[in-house]
Write a protein that binds this ligand. Structure first.
Ligand code: PRX
Length: 653
């Protein structure tokens, strides 16, 4: 738990308090009484108010540990809820997405009526390619409108999807495609990134070589550059786009518990887990949290969740939550600093964004660049800010409030996970007195706690493991195809409670302070990467004999990856080798997993039974005094590594 010490100090020192203003409190969707509502009454009401059902649910939930089901007997369709019903309600002219492409001036305004046509036309194209209820579809795209359109088209047909982030490698894509049994891949020719292109179709081609189950590949044109197409398998979307008449493709009635999508996430082994989310509970959970936590007023707000749709944050709060609520969102294709460091702020000004939701790593990057870029733009439309993905340090929290929020907007620091599907621990902006660095309280209807090592609940002032004590609608329905791993990962440490894998403390007011991961999962720029995944990628290189990976603190990305590598006898450590290994990791997993530092060492510190002593490597990476080394097989190894790490970090500067 790399950040624990720092955060515990924070908890003791942080005394600033930010109660909501009277004006905000008076108009807020969530009023204090929301916390008094009975858990079942709350979720039953949300289930009927947020979502339209073709057939109503007959039972709120069923809890057969460790599996829960929600809204049993209910039938619904996600694309109907996110699109058609808003058009039927006369809201067809409301903007669903202000899309801003990375090349400047590249913009599209998509109303709910447009979205309905696009989703229907896309769903008809998928049908033409043989997609039907139950066909698994992989989506490998950048942030273009066709990405949410493709997802919604899948949900219209009842085809579960897995969206693979466009920064992942061919190996990562084929691994996910094969695990889920996907028959179709949807991709685009290329994506824009910082003025250059990412060859998504070519990477998908590589992946498809290892994915014999893929029958069809649908390609959306984005950059217009030429890409290879395989006759019979690959189809341009513009060639197979179908009718956009909603009557030509009615939404498929789905059971509340039918699979909606898988989202793969890193755990403590090399193989990512396919986290399963189903239809009814997920949609209620994301629309309810979106409404109360972001205080959404769909008729006036412009919501911008500046994440990538390829992660859970984008699924829940760019696509499904906001669209289900009939909200207007911004969808931005590019990076925050292209072509200038004020790009984000120009977007906020142009569309009059009222609510911004982003990650601490982005806030710290803006902090580093300086407040002058935000000052060049009118950000007075903003009325609420959100943070997600990792613990936010109070300094970044205060900077965000002052320089982006004009020292006026509330900040909601929202804790959740791929597995939880929806935000679980968070302030409610009109109710909660916030504290910089604290995610404050469980969302209404959510029962969270902190347990000590032996499974006793710790009281105020105590610290330990974050657990969830009863089910919530958007919770995962397991790990796809791996019941044993599901039970082992989340349900084995304690009886009958969900283990989140995060450390947490509760203060005297009952507010939660999240302290980072307690397992071998690193949090790099708000994204989970397992140490073992990176180690496997390194060892896969022909010159690597052994590798151990850990993280160190990083001022911008939260944590950064440090790899200790032992080369095989014939290979020599060199700067070129270092670059080669970093590239190899990028090729195996994706650029986000590239180690920030690689330390070549003749040996790794091991116990006499041969286990790598990771704790020691973390101490070296953090420049901390070393703890107990008496169980080491060869104590000299550590001082050797320390001296190499020191010379490596001076090279790196
Ligand atoms: O460690 C916690 C951290 O991110 C992990 C979940 O990562 P992922 O499944 O990729 O989802 C990220 C976006 C929901 C958690 O186990 N985390 C997320 N939000 C916060 C956080 N840590 C502290 N504070 C948060 N607000």
């Amino acid at each position: 738990m790399a950040t624990t010490g720092q955060n515990i100090d924070t908890l003791f020192l942080e005394e600033r308090r930010y109660p909501p203003s009277a004006e905000f409190a008076a108009q807020a969707n969530a009023q204090p009484s929301i916390y008094e509502e009975d858990f079942e009454a709350f979720w039953a009401r949300e289930g009927t108010e947020r979502v339209s059902w073709f057939e109503p649910f007959t039972k709120l939930y069923e809890w057969e540990l460790p599996y829960a089901k929600w809204y049993l007997g209910g039938k619904l369709n996600v694309s109907y809820n996110c699109v058609d019903r808003h058009v039927e309600a006369g809201l067809g002219t409301r903007v669903a997405y202000h899309w801003e492409g990375e090349p400047e001036g590249d913009r599209r305004e998509i109303t709910y009526a447009d979205l309905q046509k696009e989703v229907v036309a896309f769903a008809n194209a998928l049908k033409e390619l043989g997609v039907k209820k139950g066909t698994a579809v992989a989506i490998y795209m950048g942030m273009i409108p066709e990405l949410p359109i493709a997802m919604l088209a899948c949900t219209r047909l009842g085809a579960p999807h897995t969206v693979v982030f466009g920064g992942f490698s061919a190996d990562s894509l084929s691994g996910r495609v094969n695990d889920m049994g996907c028959e179709v891949v949807i991709t685009q020719d290329e994506a824009w990134r910082r003025g250059t292109t990412v060859a998504l179709k070519k990477i998908a081609d590589e992946a498809m070589k290892d994915s014999p189950g893929i029958k069809k590949c649908l390609v959306v044109r984005r950059t217009g550059n030429e890409v290879p197409m395989t006759e019979g398998r690959d189809h341009w979307y513009h060639d197979v786009r179908g009718s956009d008449d909603p009557a030509s493709c009615p939404p498929e009635p789905m059971d509340a518990e039918d699979l909606l999508f898988l989202m793969y996430t890193s755990g403590t082994t090399a193989k990512p887990k396919g986290i399963a989310h189903t239809t009814g509970g997920y949609l209620v959970g994301v629309s309810s949290t979106h409404r109360y936590i972001f205080d959404i007023k769909p008729e006036q707000d412009v919501f911008w969740c500046a994440a990538d749709v390829g992660w859970i944050t984008g699924h829940s709060y760019i696509v499904y939550g906001p669209l289900c609520n009939g909200a207007t969102s911004v969808l931005y294709e590019g990076t925050p600093d292209y072509p200038g460091k004020d790009r984000w702020w120009s977007i906020i000004e142009r569309y009059g964004v009222t609510i911004l939701y982003t990650a601490p790593t982005a806030i710290r990057a803006h902090m580093k660049w300086g407040p002058e870029y935000a000052q060049q733009h009118d950000l007075s439309s903003l009325r609420l800010l959100g943070s997600v993905g990792e613990p936010i340090n109070p300094e970044a929290w205060i900077w965000y409030r002052e320089h982006i929020g004009g020292d006026r907007t509330p900040i909601v620091d929202t804790w959740w996970q791929t597995e939880t599907g929806m935000i679980l621990i968070t302030p409610l902006p009109g109710v909660t007195t916030t504290k910089p660095g604290s995610a404050t309280k469980p969302f209404p209807g959510v029962d969270a706690g902190v347990f000590d090592e032996r499974g006793n609940e710790v009281g105020p002032g105590g610290g330990g493991y974050l657990v969830l004590k009863r089910p919530w609608p958007a919770m995962l329905r397991g790990i796809f195809g791996d019941d044993a791993r599901y039970r082992e990962t989340y349900w084995s440490k304690y009886d009958n409670v969900y283990l989140a894998g995060d450390g947490a403390r509760i203060d005297q007011d009952g507010d939660f302070w999240l302290l980072g991961r307690v397992d071998d999962v690193m949090n790099i720029s708000g994204h989970r990467i397992s140490t073992i995944e990176v180690e496997s990628a390194l060892v896969d290189h022909p010159d690597v004999a052994e590798a151990a990976v850990c993280s160190r603190k990083d001022a911008t990305t939260g944590e950064a990856i440090v790899a200790y590598v032992t080369l095989k006898g014939s290979a020599e450590p060199s700067t070129a080798k270092l670059a080669e290994l970093r590239d190899h990791v990028a090729k195996k997993i994706g650029a986000i997993a590239k180690p920030a530092n690689i330390v070549f060492t003749p040996e790794l510190p091991k116990t006499r039974s041969g286990k790598i002593m990771r704790r020691l490597l973390r101490d070296v990476a953090e420049n901390r005094p070393l703890g107990d080394t008496t169980t080491l097989a060869d104590a000299a190894v550590v001082s050797e590594i320390q001296s190499r790490a020191e010379s490596e970090s001076s090279d790196d500067s």
